[in-house]
Each structure stands twice: as C-alpha cells, then as structure tokens.
Design a protein around this ligand. Structure first.
Ligand code: B12
Ligand code: SF4
Length: 508
C-alpha cells in the first residue's frame, strides 16, 4: 500500500480545491484563454514558502505569445484561492502538466471540456509521456510552447485544431517575447521576477529531466540586455533565475553580470559548483547583486556522481568551493539527492553533518526519483526495481523504487530526519554566516522560511506574501549594496583569503 507522507497538514495544502459539477453549460467567450497551473500536494517536511517564492515561467511565456485579439487569464491553484474561474467561460484552457500533478490536470481538463472549452496541454509530462496525456485533452504541445501557441489559437478559431503540435529548438531563443508578467497576481509571490536567460545545461545527468529521451535541448541564450530590461520593468528588488544552470557558459554569465550591475538589485540562481573554477567570476556575480546560489551537489560520494554521469568537481573539493562563494558574501543553498546505489543508511547523518560543517545557509533534500523517459527510469525498470508508476508520488519526497542498500521505508525515514535536523534551532545556529553583520538577517530569514509553515499558509490564503516579505527583501538589498561597495574597494589580493568585511579598505 502506498501512503502519502502528509503528516498533519491542513487540507488545502494536500487536497486540490473541489470542482463544482453542478455548474451548467455556460456560453463560451470567444477569444478568451485561461492558463492554469494545477494544484499539487505540499511536502510538510519542506517550507511552504518555496511554492510562492516565484511563479513558473511556463504560463507567462505562453501568455506573451497570445495574439492581441485574445484575452488571457492566469490561475495558479497553489495560491489557495480555490478552483479556477469559469466566468467568462474560456474558449481555450491551456494547462501546464508535470508528472506530480498530471491527475489534477486531467480532472480540470475533463471539467472544462464537458462544458465546451478546448483544452491544450503542454509541459514536461507531455514531453515524457505524450500517449498517456493525449486522451485527456484536445491537443498537446510537445516541447517549447511559445512558438506553438499562436498557431494553436489560430486553429481553434478556424476549427482545425490538431491533436499534436511539436516545438523545436531551431528558432532563436533571443527572438522569443519577454514573459507577460502583468497577468500575475503580484501580491501572491515573494517576487514576480522569475527570469530565464538560458535553456539547457552542459551536463546530462542520468536522473535529470534534461536527459529525457527525445528531448535534445541545446544550450540556448538570451541577450543580457533583454534580461536586464525585463528585470528593470518588473519593479521588484529581487529576481530568481529559473535557469537549469546559469553557469554553463562562464563567459556569458560574466557579460550578464556586467549588464545587471547598474540595476542595483539582488538576485539568485541555480549553478553547478564548477562555476567556482574562476573566483573572479564569483566576485562579478556578487558585484552584480547575487546574494545566493542553488547548487546541485547531489551526493558527497563520488561513485554516485560518476554513475549518474555528472561532470563535476570531486566532492572532496566541494568545501573549498563553498568557501569561495561565502568569501564573496554569496549564500549557498545545496541540493542533495538521497538513495543512490552507493548510499547506505549512513548517508543521512553524513550529508547533514557536512552541510553544517560547511555552514550552508540552506539545503534541500530529494529522494532519488526516476522520471519517466530518463536513463535512470530505464535502468530501474530493467532491474525491476520500480515499486509502482503512480506519478502522484514521484515528487522526490517518496521512495518509488527499491534502493540498493536500504529499504524504501528507511530511505523515507532518513529523508524526513534530514529535514527535521536541518530546520532544528541547533542546526540553524550552527550554519550561521561567519560575517557577524549578516547573522541577524540570516536568522530572520531562516526562521521565517523554515519554521513558519502555518504562517505561510495564512499569508498565501490572504495574499499577503509580497506585503510581508517585501520589507525584508528590501532590507537585504540595501545590506547587499553596502557589501558591494566594500567588495568593490577590496584589493584582489586581499580577497584571495579574506571576506570583504575583513579586508581593510581605506575610504569604505
Ligand atoms: C520554478 C520551478 C518551481 C517552482 C514553481 C513550480 C510550479 N509548477 O508552480 C517551485 C519552487 C514551487 C517548484 C517546486 C517543485 N519543483 Co520545480 N522547477 C521550477 C523550475 C526551476 C522552473 C520552471 C520554469 O519556469 N521553467 C521555464 C519554462 C519556460 O519552461 P517549461 O516549464 O518547460 O515551459 C515550456 C514548455 O514546457 C511548454 N509548456 C509548458 N506548459 C505549457 C502549457 C501549454 C498550454 C503550452 C502550449 C505549452 C507549455 O512551453 C513553455 C515555454 O516554451 C524548473 C526547472 C526548469 N528550469 O524548468 C523546476 C522543475 C520543473 N521542478 C521540478 C521539481 C521536481 C519540483 C518539486 C517536485 C521539487 C520538490 N520536491 O520540492 C517541487 C514541487 C512541485 C510538484 N510537486 O510538482 C523538476 C520537475 C522534474 C519532472 N520531470 O517533472 C524541474 C524540471 C527541476 C529539475 N531540474 O528537476 N518548482
Ligand atoms: S547539472 Fe543539474 S541541470 Fe544539469 S543535467 Fe545535471 S541535474 Fe540537470
């Protein structure tokens, strides 16, 4: 029997809002499209805050490609405002589908189709399991949707909608319009500035969705000036880059940093740890407003990394590289995957101990999950190690396969233990930054982010997320500007060994 690890969390965090089946067939508003991000249950171990940090760009990107004579409405069920709207009743409903919320997407599709809307699916699950999703909608968009969306709407108008549309990567990424953020409920996210500068990654790890069979996503770039224009226009102090790996091309990242500097804003991004090959690039990142990086360390065991075909510096060198990021005032949020074939029951304590020793300000844990279509899935399937194919549980919080060196229950219990330990007072305190001036805001952010799930629910439901967080973010931005001034004045030689707050710089 499968049990979902939901603990005692409120119903609206674990169950999708009810759909009213008594709603009669309404009249369809021509040229009106509704874009939906379906509900997914929240993991009680992790912070609820992460779900309102910044919105997915899937829907705002599609919205930007909508012809002018169409109106477009956005609905994210995870903002706890109930089921999606139906007045005006949309001619077209576009739904982004990931494996963990595919079932909810099918329910929504059925509800809208029965009342006369055409439903179009796009997103990662459509790419990896097209045959599974096709019967639940009128059309699927496989791959990049921005180039397909205008054609899909045109075909709806002409009543010539085809069942399958396929995007490709031949079109220049820079030619795509900026995401349409004006459709977002601005109060509901910590920042509406989700930015994306690149697509793809120089790696192809066997467990990553980028290695999905049939997905040949090249590394593609948008002009740094496009990104800064979007950031400037959105009137937010903080942006989150949602790129898979913003550091895949160091020369490009360098240019992007030069373009971001004059904005005097702050940002964070996912990078691989090899970005620290060149410490002067880390300095440029800090000088352009980078306050934190999300790093997929994945494992502290090199054999696991080699088996996953991840090209990365050796784990023995991770600590030195984390120190380089810290030296320039950049916080590190490490991502760790648990349950690789060379992980025994000692992996949990060893990983958390390393995180604490190296003072990672934040970390996320993921149970190894074989996404359909990836080499990892093929391996698990051929070794008959998959426990089931119920995608609801493929959310990296459940063991869906038989690990090599422990039981699935041990893996789930170890995962839960890692979060409990990481969010403990002792661990938060142990990981505080070395720079004393940074400790207070680190503690405030840590407690608000990691130990306030009931507060998060309240903020989300009452659309207070932006209002409550904005002053804290603004405080961080101001602090960072002061840090940047000190950093700019520090001699390079000083920074080889010391952080800017410790280097003596006349005039600062
Ligand atoms: C922002 C983000 C989040 C946000 C918001 C998620 C949300 N759905 O609201 C937060 C932080 C909440 C989040 C949480 C999680 N996430 Co997340 N997230 C991302 C991230 C970084 C960016 C998404 C994005 O904006 N992409 C850019 C857009 C433009 O690309 P896209 O989504 O592919 O959309 C294009 C096409 O697919 C298509 N398309 C998409 N939808 C539609 C719809 C229509 C109608 C059409 C026509 C076309 C179309 O057109 C778009 C434009 O070309 C991605 C990594 C990435 N870079 O994509 C991971 C990613 C999607 N997340 C992932 C995971 C695993 C999770 C979590 C489960 C992790 C965890 N345990 O906490 C959770 C929980 C979510 C859940 N239970 O499903 C995985 C999914 C793997 C998979 N195979 O499904 C990814 C790919 C990360 C990774 N490298 O593994 N995530
Ligand atoms: S480095 Fe990260 S983004 Fe790149 S392929 Fe590996 S897991 Fe995916």
């Amino acid at each position: 029997m499968i049990t979902k690890r939901n603990g005692q969390i409120p119903e609206d965090m674990r169950v999708a809002p009810a759909l009213d089946h008594s709603v009669p067939v309404p009249s369809v508003r021509n040229h009106h499209a509704l874009l939906i991000n379906p509900f997914y249950p929240k993991d009680p171990r992790a912070s609820f805050g992460k779900h309102v940090l910044t919105p997915t760009l899937a829907l705002t990107s599609i919205a930007a490609a909508t012809p002018e004579h169409w109106t477009v409405q956005y609905w994210d069920e995870n903002l706890l405002q109930g089921a999606p709207p139906f007045d005006p009743f949309p001619a077209v409903v576009g739904i982004t589908v990931h494996l963990t919320f595919a079932r909810r997407a099918f329910e929504l599709a059925s509800w809208y189709r029965r009342r006369g809307a055409k439903v179009v699916f796009g997103g990662l699950h459509v790419l990896s399991c097209p045959d599974e999703v096709k019967p639940h909608c009128d059309a699927i968009a496989v791959g990049e949707g921005v180039q397909l969306w205008p054609e899909i709407l045109q075909d709806v108008e002409n009543d010539t909608l085809k069942p399958v549309y396929r995007g490709n990567f031949k079109q220049s990424y820079a030619a795509e319009p900026a995401p349409r953020r004006s459709i977002l409920p601005r109060d509901s996210f910590l920042t509406t500035s989700s930015l994306i500068a690149t697509r793809g990654c120089h790696n192809r790890c066997g467990f990553c969705y980028l290695s999905t069979q049939g997905l040949h996503m090249p590394y593609r770039l948008r002009g740094p000036e496009q990104i800064t224009a979007e950031f400037a226009d959105d009137d937010q102090p903080y942006a989150v880059f949602v790129d898979n790996n913003l550091g895949s091309r160091p020369a490009y990242l360098w240019q992007l940093c030069q373009a971001l500097k004059p904005l005097n804003k702050i940002w964070s991004a996912a990078v691989t740890i090899d970005v620290t090959d060149d410490p002067s690039l880390i300095r440029e990142m800090a000088l352009s407003g980078c306050t934190g990086v999300f790093v997929g360390f994945e494992s502290l065991n090199e054999t696991n990394l080699v088996a996953s075909r991840k090209r990365t510096p050796a784990p023995a060198d991770y600590a030195r590289r984390v120190e380089i990021l810290h030296r320039f005032g950049i916080q590190v949020n490490g991502s760790f995957v648990l349950g690789f074939d060379h992980d025994g029951p000692d992996v949990f304590a060893r990983t958390v101990e390393w995180i604490e020793e190296n003072r990672l300000e934040c970390a996320t844990f993921h149970i190894l999950t074989p996404y359909p279509g990836t080499p990892l899935f093929t391996q698990m399937e051929s070794e008959a190690r998959l426990i089931h194919r119920n995608w609801d549980f493929y959310d990296t919080a459940h063991a869906v396969f038989h690990p090599a060196r422990m039981t699935p229950d041990e893996l789930e219990a170890g995962y839960a233990w890692c979060y409990d330990r990481l969010f403990s007072h002792r661990s938060i305190w142990r990981r505080r930054p070395n720079d004393r001036q940074a400790v207070l805001s680190y503690l405030a952010m840590s407690y608000l982010y990691k130990r306030s799930n009931s507060l998060w629910r309240f903020l989300i439901r009452h659309r207070l997320t932006a209002r409550v967080w904005r002053p804290l973010v603004e405080h961080s931005r101001k602090r960072h500007l002061a840090h940047r001034r000190r950093l700019a004045a520090c001699k390079d030689a000083d920074l080889k060994t010391r952080s800017p707050s410790n280097c003596i710089s006349p005039g600062v």
